[in-house]
Design a binder for this molecule. Structure first.
Ligand code: ATP
Ligand code: MG
Length: 381
């Protein structure tokens, strides 16, 4: 453990506090696929100025710290929230893509993918090694690429809307690994060009008072089934803010109510509150308001009734995703990773040209049991 205190530059009393709080967790499964890593731990909660998801690595060639990706605060109204936060600064409107957060890093000889909570994911790492060259890391050895991993072949957030069959990475921040200092938007654009990296789309440069055109962007995203916007100070001196479309609120609700035993009431309530503020701010007329009510009502009831029907036919409730692997060794390692995360799953492997397809089913035990209980005549509580 000594290396952690050293890597984080902790005084001996801070090191003792870290120990006491019991927030260090194993960040990886030891395996030849992760050959550059000797030991790695993650912070499961914020500690001092270190974000949760911060990873501390003892590598073959030294100690490394990869800071957790900072939380992005959410606004529920565009006006006056943007002005209050950004004043009259120039801001970039970036597409908020709906996948999962990964930090792409290089340790020793290889590229690694770290998920939001600070775990080295074998599947994402295999995909990242196929998608990224070492060029960026040769020039920026102390930086990490913060990307959204999106596509159909996603174990955590499968999404068809981007038309990506496999899994691809879209860069949204370039940050110094140990200080978390981001580069400005203009430098990020330069980096993406120079190293041929795909960027999360920059939709528009604007100012916080430009409500009408921002509202138009929201409308476009909504129509195209996209999640929302991240507003960023072009200098990256202020924290970004996020805002989601009605489409995203409805599809989150659909998902949460399909698996209502697994998802918290907070998650559901938050989406409904967001929708209410948008309806108010956008000044829905009667027709728009009715359409919104119908959409939200359906997003809540349809998936639940669907789940009840499934259980009544003797099926269990599960989430399915289709993953594509290049190596069998990584499939086995990924299964260990899921077990390590405590996920209840089944995996069917089949060969496919040049690799393997894995059908992953995550059983939603709590939703299934709740529904079956009620169908057998038990009370809700
Ligand atoms: P938070 O990051 O605020 O803790 P969360 O984990 O609930 O929230 P989201 O509500 O999805 O996540 O919003 C933030 C996430 O959005 C980021 O962590 C990142 O993975 C993702 N994201 C997608 N596109 C962008 C973008 N252009 N800029 C920044 N983040 C983006
Ligand atoms: Mg997200």
């Amino acid at each position: 453990m000594n290396f952690i205190a050293k890597a984080l530059n902790l005084s001996s009393s801070a090191a003792a506090r870290l120990e006491e709080r019991n927030i260090l967790r194993k960040a990886f499964i030891k395996h030849p696929f992760f050959s550059d890593i000797v030991e790695a731990f993650r912070l499961d909660k914020k500690f001092g100025h270190y974000e949760d998801g911060t990873v501390i690595v003892k590598a073959q060639d030294g100690l490394r710290v990869f800071r957790g990706f900072p939380k992005i605060k959410r606004i529920l109204t565009i006006n006056p929230a943007l002005k209050r936060h950004f004043g009259s600064r120039k801001i970039a409107l970036e597409e908020k893509m709906n996948g999962y957060n990964v930090r792409i890093v290089r340790i020793g000889e290889n590229i690694y993918a770290i998920t939001r909570r600070g775990l080295f994911c074998p599947y994402t790492t295999e995909k990242a090694r196929e998608a990224f060259t070492h060029d960026f890391f040769d020039d920026y050895p102390d930086h990490m690429l913060c990307c959204e991993a999106v596509g159909i072949a996603s174990p955590y957030v499968p999404n068809e809307v981007y038309g990506i069959e496999g899994l691809d990475f879209f860069l949204f921040d370039v940050r110094h690994s140990s200080t978390n200092e981001p580069v400005e938007i203009s430098e990020k654009i330069e980096i993406a060009k120079r190293y041929k990296l795909k960027l999360a789309k920059i939709l528009k440069f604007s100012t916080p008072d430009d409500f009408e055109s921002i509202k138009k962007v929201v409308g476009q995203l909504d129509k195209n089934g996209r999640e929302g916007i991240v507003f960023k100070d072009v200098k990256m001196e202020l924290q970004p803010l996020k805002y989601t479309t009605s489409y995203a609120n409805a599809s989150d609700l659909r998902y949460a109510f399909r698996f209502f035993g697994e998802y918290s009431r907070d998650f559901m309530l938050a989406r409904i509150v967001r929708e209410a503020f948008q309806s108010f701010e956008f000044g829905d007329d009667k027709e728009e308001f009715d359409a919104r009510c119908l959409k939200i009502g359906k997003a809540i009831l349809e998936p639940m009734v669907e789940s009840i029907k499934r259980c009544s036919q003797g099926e269990s409730i599960y989430e399915e995703s289709d993953l594509i692997f290049s190596s069998q060794e990584v499939i086995e390692l990924f299964k260990m990773h899921l077990r390590f995360l405590g996920i209840d799953f089944k995996a069917d492997v089949s060969r496919e040209d040049g690799g393997y397809r894995v059908k992953l089913k995550r059983v939603m035990r709590s939703t299934t049991d709740k529904i079956n209980g009620i169908l057998e005549g038990r009370t809700w509580k």
